[in-house]
Design a protein around this ligand. Sequence first.
Ligand SMILES: Cc1ncc(COP(=O)(O)O)c(C=O)c1O
Length: 445
Amino acid sequence: MTGFDAIVSRYEERTRKSREVFQEARQYLPRGVSSNFRVVDPNPIFIESAVGTTITDVDGNRYTDFAMAFGAMFVGHAHPKVVQAIEAQAKKGTLHAMPHRLEMSVAKELRKRFGQDQWRFSNSGTEATMHAIRLARGYTGRAKVVKFEGAYHGAHDTVLVSNKPPLRLTGLKSRPRRVVWSDGIPEESYAHTLVASFNDLDSVRGQFQANLNQVACLIVEPIMLNMGVTEPDPEFLPGLRALCDEYQALLIFDEVKTGLKIAPGGATEHYRVKPDITVLAKAIGGGMPLAAFGASAEIMEELNSLRVIHVGTYASNPVTLAAAEVTLKEVLTPEASKRAFDLNRKLVDGYAALIREHKLPCYANGVGSMGTINFKKDVIKNYRDWYTLDRKASHAWYLGMLNEGIIPQPPGPDEQWTISVQHTEADIEAHLKTFARVAPLLKSL
Ligand SMILES: Cc1ncc(COP(=O)(O)O)c(C=O)c1O
């Protein structure tokens, strides 16, 4: 039996009940899950409860969770203040689909943090990036959208392009070919999507030049957090700002993951670059399904005048907004966030030391509350670098850590861990001690 098989076999033994539920679930849910991102080989674990930083599965295994719902749970699970706000609001009504004062309260807080005058709320990152792009197209009267190879901005047709394409289909790095991710998307639906390479300003300029006066917006995740933790070079985001100004396209920051989790005011604060439209989701809802997009009053005049449509029955439902209000004002305070960032630094540094000690061909990287091991020796700058990382080692790390009671991050080398405001020094020490046991296994897979 190989080292890898031994890890899988132990995992299968520990997750027998999950496997049984999985087999049954497959009869009712394709692949047994409700989102493709939850597929795990040989089977996912099925969850009974998530409280604080502890997750319990149906086999009774307890884990310290660092996946934190793909980073959405920066507040930690079942935070008492968030639970209380949800309970109190639920008693006053869960949904009336009419205006209420919480919307303004949360919008005010977002304006303070992100500097955008006005906001609209949606339920998911997918919806919010879709609306942000429509707003940019309405405002500019142009159709084309530039996105980066490897970036994920949600599951709508315009952006489900070149997310994780096989390298043989991608063409030149200076002008990546658009590769649609899913069947069921007609070519017409993504014909206006253009693809550039992250950390490569020339590839962006090339697309603007080749499509003069046609590009409505460029959408970028300021740190590529669907490629581990791939940071922008220092000149990259200012360079994008300048190019968008030069070619009169709007700059959209997709801060679904970075918002709140690298600074209280997200990438705008961290990198001091202001986009035209900011998109938020995940952490702002404190665990409830909330997204938002914000822009200047001038750009939002498109919505104000009703020229651009934004609607939604569940948009800004009061339970979600009550959770968001307490999350922003009382839980994810600048002090609590800084504490989580400091703990994350300890975890990243601890990983780096253990990687050195065990001479593993990979590196740890982190920003704010997020981090990961990039299973590659050289620093990843773009999708093509990321593509060739060691997926087997990454999966062995993931399952190996689960075997020892730590969920190190969401499944897959695309992802990263999140240190929530409920994690403690003891959680970080336990994580590192566990990695010290798993690291030697990664040498002989
Ligand atoms: C950067 C980014 N944008 C958008 C989305 C889509 O958000 P949602 O899953 O809420 O639709 C995600 C989800 O992971 C994301 O990471």
